[in-house]
Design a protein around this ligand. Structure first.
Ligand code: URA
Length: 432
């Protein structure tokens, strides 16, 4: 039997912990034998002293062993690929990537999460579609992936239960943004989910956990190492999250944008990221093609309408109505206009994320109700030239008062100057 207080002390003093010790700590916590306060102290010790590669793998392995694992590949008789984003503002990538990849003949079965704080979650976005259910049994999930080519559901309670508990604890103890803890949280879920190959989208910048490219590379390397250890192929895209992704931030608004992108009518930065992620997923699948051919096929599926057809079949299969006209709409839409002419030199993701959160699009605390209709649509993005009075953004709100507050908050997210900012592509780097 381990003594948790001793392990905390040894980690606090910078010592390396053994795999058995870490496993007992995590599994004891999941069984309710070790209290929250000791795990919170352990996480804080890790914040200051870190975990080396062996410890990070041992932690991940214990998290996986805390629950059941899936083998979607064996169930489908195919190599299964998966994608995951570390979370950002306006990130609806999965909702557009899923139908495009499925339309190219590669099945996608994905378990997604809910949003917390200024980052939105895929499940919350999907639940803005009237009738859409994210609660499918594992059997129904596998069946739908086989029939439709695509299913996206909430993570089942028995898959990596340790992460569910630990993430909730980290969220309220200032221990979320720690590389080995983020890496083990994400990779335990991906490995337990059974995908043979994984494309990870590591967000970098103002609205992301990783604020600098250097930190994002460290996280990418840690996740790659965990994937290698578990025999999975992993590719990490490092992508810009200084400004919101695409234009829409807010649940139903993001569904409209994801659907438009599946039809080839999405905003340029979001379209580029979606097509790049599709290309890499297709290259990792069992089609025997490279990323350039994957990109060509993804573009063709968008152009010929087959991606939209899969999107509609998928939404219907999960009980929803794919018509964007049925999505909830906010009572008030107010425009924010440019106070001066010039170039948009900055559009802060975190400020837009907070404005959307305050409008009701996100949760300040676990279990908060969200309003699917509200949010922000950024009509002008970094680098755009605007005249005085041009629309910078639309604020979708429940009332005039809330719209006024939203306008004031989003105005603070914009900086307008005389000189265009340096170009910044959406894809900053690839680590593989
Ligand atoms: N996303 C996760 O799933 N876990 C983390 O720790 C951070 C982002």
């Amino acid at each position: 039997m381990i003594r948790p207080a001793e392990l905390i002390e040894r980690k606090r003093n910078g010592e390396e912990l053994g795999a058995d010790e870490l496993a007992e700590l995590i599994l004891g916590y999941t069984r309710g034998e070790i209290p929250d306060y000791q795990l919170a102290a352990f996480c804080m010790a890790v914040y200051f002293k870190g975990l080396n590669a062996a410890e990070t793998y041992a932690l991940t392995d214990a998290m996986i062993r805390s629950g059941r694992t899936l083998d979607l590949g064996a169930a489908l008789g195919r190599k299964v690929v998966d994608k995951h984003s570390t979370g950002g503002v306006g990130d609806k990538t999965t909702i557009a990537v899923g139908p495009i990849v499925a339309a190219c003949g590669v099945p996608v079965g994905k378990m997604s999460g809910r949003g917390l704080g200024h980052t939105g979650g895929t499940l919350d976005k999907l639940e803005s579609i009237p009738g859409f259910s994210v609660d499918l049994s594992v059997d129904a999930f596998v069946e739908q992936v086989r029939d439709v080519g695509l299913a996206i559901i909430g993570q089942t309670d028995d898959l990596v239960p340790a992460d569910k508990q630990l993430y909730g604890l980290r969220d309220v103890t200032a221990t979320v943004d720690i590389v080995p803890l983020i890496a083990s949280s994400i990779m335990s879920k991906k490995i337990a989910g059974g995908a043979a190959a994984i494309v990870l989208d590591v967000k970098v910048g103002d609205g992301a956990f990783m604020k600098s490219l250097e930190d994002a590379r460290v996280l990418a390397e840690a996740m790659l190492e965990l994937g290698r250890h578990a025999g999975r192929e992993v590719v990490c895209l490092l992508t810009d999250m200084d400004q919101p992704l695409g234009a829409a931030v807010g649940n139903a608004l993001e569904i409209v944008e994801a659907r438009a992108t599946v039809c080839g009518e999405g905003p340029p930065d979001f379209t580029e990221l979606v097509l790049d992620a599709c290309a890499r997923l297709l290259a990792l699948a069992d089609l025997g093609i490279d990323a350039a051919e994957g990109r060509r096929r993804a573009e063709a599926a968008v152009a010929d309408g087959s991606a939209l057809a899969v999107y509609e079949r998928w939404i219907r299969a999960q009980g929803g109505d794919p018509d964007p006209g049925v999505l909830p709409r906010a009572a008030v839409v107010q425009e924010l206009r440019a106070p001066v002419a010039g170039y948009v030199t900055w559009l802060g993701a975190i400020d837009v994320g907070h404005a959307a959160l305050h409008l009701g699009a996100g949760r300040a605390a676990k279990g908060d109700e969200i309003d699917h209709a509200v949010g922000v649509v950024c009509r002008a993005k970094r680098g755009d030239r605007v005249a005085e009075g041009d629309v910078l953004a639309e604020i979708h709100a429940r009332s005039d008062d809330e719209a006024e507050t939203g306008v004031a908050e989003v105005l603070l997210a914009y900086a307008i100057g005389d000189v265009p900012p340096p170009e910044c592509p959406i894809l900053l780097d690839v680590v593989a």
